[in-house]
Design a protein around this ligand. Structure first.
Ligand SMILES: [Zn+2]
Length: 360
């Protein structure tokens, strides 16, 4: 991808990006050295060689990437706060004015989490402490870089015993950066078999916590149906495979369901066939569906938001008008309270030259 070729130099909104997939490689090196944690190499080049990839890999191979660098960050207070702060800085450089960043608090903890992830020794950093630290980093980043940042806490499909705590953390930190709950991981583990997630989402509905679910990324349309009918998802993470079920697709178009799509990610994870010209996003575009463009895991995919926007221009015939529409849809579908959502929309309308003067 060419550098510095920004296809859309106007304010953007991003709704689907993972904090633990967006860490600066320099920061991983710094904390690995400080904490004496072994990485596959000691230079930036070595690290990126092992962590990034450019051709599709299996889910198992993709997940193995986290094993490489998460031990350098997880369980460390300073590291967790710093990755949140630097995340906001990264988004400011990409022209993002509002972002919802998601992560599993349990994956960054080393205490009161079963099992303790990444082969860490037990420490004293609980999932609750993790959320507090991320919140601090995001809030400081907001002030420093003039980007509004909110967070989404992830349940993991293979860890239904974590989900009850995830929703409790969403409630505790509601409006203190946390705006929603998510479900991520292997879609073949449905909620029928894992009622822990269903219960957590029921609690989210009851407590007014917003809901998104990774569904139909690699999994079939029935996973999307389950996300909406059982988990009461208000947005769908990815959702590409919805087009294989025309009845469901039509229903979701009518409902104006929001799809958080990630073009470059969908290529590298093998979620979609490699030909971008026939990508489900081209269908979404044609049907004027409600969707946003997102990076997902830019560290691992060696990307920035510009890469996704460039793919959309090069292979999907995106115009300035479509980028505006996509970002306005993202703002309309974000999980901010109504008043703040209106303010965000107003900012976009202004920047896009769409404001009708109301001056007296
Ligand atoms: Zn994701």
């Amino acid at each position: 991808m060419e550098k510095n070729a920004s296809p859309f130099n106007k304010p953007k909104v991003e709704l689907h990006v993972h904090l633990d997939g967006s860490i600066k490689p320099e920061t991983i090196l710094y904390f690995a050295k400080k904490r004496q944690i072994k990485l596959p190499g000691n230079t930036l080049e070595d690290l990126l060689h092992h962590v990034c990839y450019k051709e599709p890999l299996s889910l198992t191979e993709f997940l193995a990437k986290f094993n490489i660098y998460m031990p350098a960050i997880a369980g460390d207070r300073e590291a967790i706060k710093r990755i949140a702060y630097e995340f906001v800085e990264m988004k400011a450089k990409e022209g993002v004015i509002y972002v919802e960043v998601r992560y599993s608090p349990h994956f960054l903890a080393n205490c009161k989490v079963d099992p303790i992830p990444w082969g860490q020794k037990e420490g004293d950093l609980t999932p609750d402490n993790v959320v507090e630290l991320v919140n601090q980093g995001l809030r400081e980043g907001e002030k420093a870089f003039n980007v509004k940042a909110r967070s989404i806490l992830c349940c993991m499909r293979h860890m239904p015993n974590w989900s009850a705590e995830v929703v409790e953390l969403c409630k505790k930190y509601k409006n203190n950066t946390v705006v929603a709950i998510d479900l991520a991981g292997d879609e073949s583990l449905n909620c029928e078999a894992y009622p822990g997630h269903r219960k957590a989402y029921e609690e989210a509905v009851k407590s007014g916590v917003h809901r998104t679910v990774h569904a139909g990324e690699v999994g079939p349309p029935c996973i999307i149906k389950e996300a909406i009918d059982v988990l009461k998802a208000e947005r769908i993470g990815h959702g590409y495979h919805v087009i294989e079920d025309p009845v469901l697709y039509k229903e979701l178009l009518e409902k104006d369901m929001h799809f958080e799509v990630c073009p470059w990610s969908s290529y590298l994870t093998g979620a979609c066939p490699p030909d971008f010209t026939t990508h489900p996003i081209t269908q979404f575009k044609k049907d004027k569906a409600n969707y946003s463009l997102n990076t997902d895991d830019p560290l691992i995919f060696g990307s920035t938001l510009d890469v996704d926007y460039s793919i959309a221009v090069k292979h999907m015939a995106f115009t300035e008008e479509e980028f505006k529409r996509v970002n306005i849809n993202a703002a309309k579908s974000c999980f901010l309270p109504e008043k703040e959502k209106k303010e965000l929309l107003h900012k976009l309308y202004e920047a896009y030259g769409m404001v009708i003067s109301t001056a007296l």
